[in-house]
Design a protein around this ligand. Structure first.
Ligand code: FMN
Length: 251
């Protein structure tokens, strides 16, 4: 499929000349039709779950990059029927959650919307790592809808984690291959702080006990929970890179 070239320069020229009131999309489309180009906007579905909003914040920047390059993006947020409360009220409850997630216990989600079953050029499955595995809501999504949504499509695993993401990725890849999807290289973001601080920080955050004093000894080692601004910028660049790949690749 040929892509129409970017005509924004010509558009502003015509507009300045005042030849006629014409809007940008109309101009580009008309030109493409005249030249015999076939214009088809690439569309991406992003299925995601985010417990402490780290994945969601990175996805926002990722989408910024995609949209800058003209990709149409639609989100599908997975909503657990009975989510974990945040923060965890006791250490015991946190420990139980860790064990359950380690055993890959599914967390039942509400039914996904009909848009998931449309014909997407690419699907992103995004979420946190939970005890080395994909989160419970993502596992439930894969069990119930993975085949229908992903079969025959390019799928990008998008992972936010403290540090250990490989088993999470291998699990996603296993399901995607089973459903005849085409898994692409994963996009992974790990918390950018050294151990043991990032582990201690995660536990404190999960228990709602993060040290508030910015000038404290602990915060000197652990400026904040989760991802930083540079990673947001990297996510945006990933979005642009992925968009360019989608736009130049054949279907
Ligand atoms: C129950 C639970 C288990 C977790 N297990 C892991 C793990 O095994 N490996 C890891 O790197 N991060 C682990 N994390 C940390 C999250 O993956 C990380 O904080 C992520 O950035 C959260 O993303 P979210 O805010 O989108 O949910 C765990 C978090 C929770 C709540």
């Amino acid at each position: 499929m040929k892509r129409a070239p970017d005509l924004s320069g010509a558009f502003f020229f015509v507009k300045r000349k005042g030849w006629r009131e014409i809007d940008r999309d109309e101009f580009q489309l008309t030109y493409a039709i005249i030249r015999g180009y076939h214009l088809k906007r690439k569309r991406m579905l992003i299925v995601f779950y985010s417990f402490t909003q780290q994945t969601r914040v990175l996805l926002k920047r990722f989408v910024e990059g995609l949209e800058r390059e003209g990709i149409e993006v639609v989100f599908e947020r997975l909503e657990p029927v009975t989510p974990y409360p945040f923060p965890f009220k006791t250490d015991f409850r946190l420990a139980v959650a860790m064990v359950r997630t380690f055993l890959r216990q599914r967390m039942t989600i509400h039914p996904v919307s009909a848009q998931c079953f449309a014909d997407w050029d690419c699907v992103v499955i995004a979420g946190p790592t939970w005890s080395y595995h994909p989160s419970g809501p993502v596992l439930d999504f894969l069990d119930r809808y993975g085949q229908q949504v992903c079969a025959g499509k390019r799928v990008i695993p998008f992972i936010s984690c403290r540090s250990y993401w490989r088993i999470h990725y291998w699990t996603l890849k296993y399901y995607l291959q089973k459903y005849q999807a085409k898994p692409l290289a994963p996009i992974v973001f790990v918390h950018p702080i050294k151990e043991p601080w990032r582990f201690i920080g995660l536990v404190l955050q999960m228990r709602g006990k993060m040290v508030r004093k910015e000038k404290s000894w602990f915060r000197k080692h652990y400026p904040g929970f989760g991802h930083n601004k540079e990673q947001g910028d990297m996510a945006m660049e990933e979005g642009r890179r992925m968009a360019r790949r989608l736009l130049t690749e054949d279907d």
